[in-house]
Design a protein around this ligand. Sequence first.
Ligand code: AMP
Ligand code: MG
Length: 333
Amino acid sequence: MICLGIESTAHTFGAGMVEGKLRQHPSNSSFRIISDAKDVYKAPPGTGIHPREASRHHIETSASVIERALVRGKVSAEDVDFIAYSAGPGLGPCLRVGAVVARTLASYYNKPLVPTNHAVGHIELGKMLCGLIDPMVLVVSGGHTALAASQDESWKIFGETLDLTLGQLLDQLGRHLGLSSPAGPEIENLARGQDHNKMIDLPYTVKGNDVSYSGLLSAAKEAFASHVPKEDVCFSVQETAFSMLTEATERALAFTEKQELLVTGGVAANQRLGEMLETMCRERGVRIGLIPREFAGDCGAQIAAAGFLFFERGFTILPHKSYVRQSWRLDQV
Ligand code: AMP
Ligand code: MG
């Protein structure tokens, strides 16, 4: 069966397809990506994502992105078996574009329509690409910073951010430094090559097994205002923020005794975060899977992957009843 997945939660409009068999058992993923296409809304330097502008971008690019996904996969719209879309969590105006596009295609081609949770998409695609069965999952993106593991057909949270997500921390810092959003890759480049002699002291806040990044952001902005070079600010923010998460991840692994760790979401593309988590996992004898860089950020393939899981469990919806849920937590799925 072929699933077309449509992603539009924030800055990315994505369309991707996976092909596979419906699973007999939840642990035996048997699908593969047949295509993935996307177009990312870029905010002007020094500004953040504007939901209305991003949704306009999605309206303008949706047709060409979906066409590219179909052409690359050598599949016609009639051959698609069902259509999944990201129903949340995300920005309302952006989510609605994906929902309307998916609903229109489903009605026109008479295909089942599957509302899908975006975080489950990051996780299911990551599990499949990294060959993991039952991992502790660290989801680090624009919308999420959470440690989750599945139990009895649902996701339990073993730690999360109390305020900003890791992606928001980096993007808001980037905005302050005059970079364009999403700023993670540029911050990674600025931090590269710096060393620990240049490390500045920033708040390290782990409460229980949750992290808090708002004090770290304020302190980093103050440091920049008092003329600490931006390379040093970026380096220190990365080292501090990633160490906090590595500590929380190690504790979650110790508590659950999971033998696998999956790192997924846009910030999983960061090499330094990967190195820290790899070192910790090596010391604990835990197998780590870092989602490949090209599939770390938001994409249609993740929604197609999660779409399989939702479809198998009967989550289809009539097109005129399709919905979006701006705050659909992973542990409510
Ligand atoms: P997502 O919402 O999953 O698409 O993730 C987007 C977030 O990932 C944004 O906050 C980006 O700044 C961040 N991001 C993307 N690439 C990197 C990178 N190489 N290092 C750190 N953060 C990144
Ligand atoms: Mg995401």
